[in-house]
Design a protein around this ligand. Structure first.
Ligand SMILES: [Zn+2]
Ligand SMILES: [Zn+2]
Length: 98
């Protein structure tokens, strides 16, 4: 396993750059160019796991299928906590059956 990057240290300050959600800590290898809430697109395992944890914690298990619409929704929710503008797909579902 490699060491956390300087950016990883900033993202996981309480655990010295590691995601400690799992039994074995994973170093965050993010770069400053990453999303504020990186979901592992850069190849960072720590952030990939963090996104997975977010999906599980919010009951978005279908979001774990790569490139699915559910994943898009989950990514949006992950990156816009408390955001006021939901993506079209969520808005549509909300008004279904009315
Ligand atoms: Zn990372
Ligand atoms: Zn990253």
């Amino acid at each position: 396993m490699c060491e956390p990057t300087a950016e990883g240290l900033k993202r996981y300050p309480e655990s010295a750059g590691y995601n400690v959600d799992l039994a074995s800590p994973i170093p965050c290898v993010c770069k400053p160019a990453c999303w504020v809430r990186c979901a592992g697109e850069c190849g960072c395992q720590a952030c990939s796991v963090q996104f997975t944890t977010f999906c599980e914690a919010s009951g978005r298990l279908t979001a774990l299928v790569p490139t699915s619409q559910a994943e898009e929704e989950a990514l949006y929710a992950y990156r816009h906590p408390g955001g006021t503008e939901p993506p079209t797909i969520i808005r549509r579902r909300k008004f279904d059956g009315r």
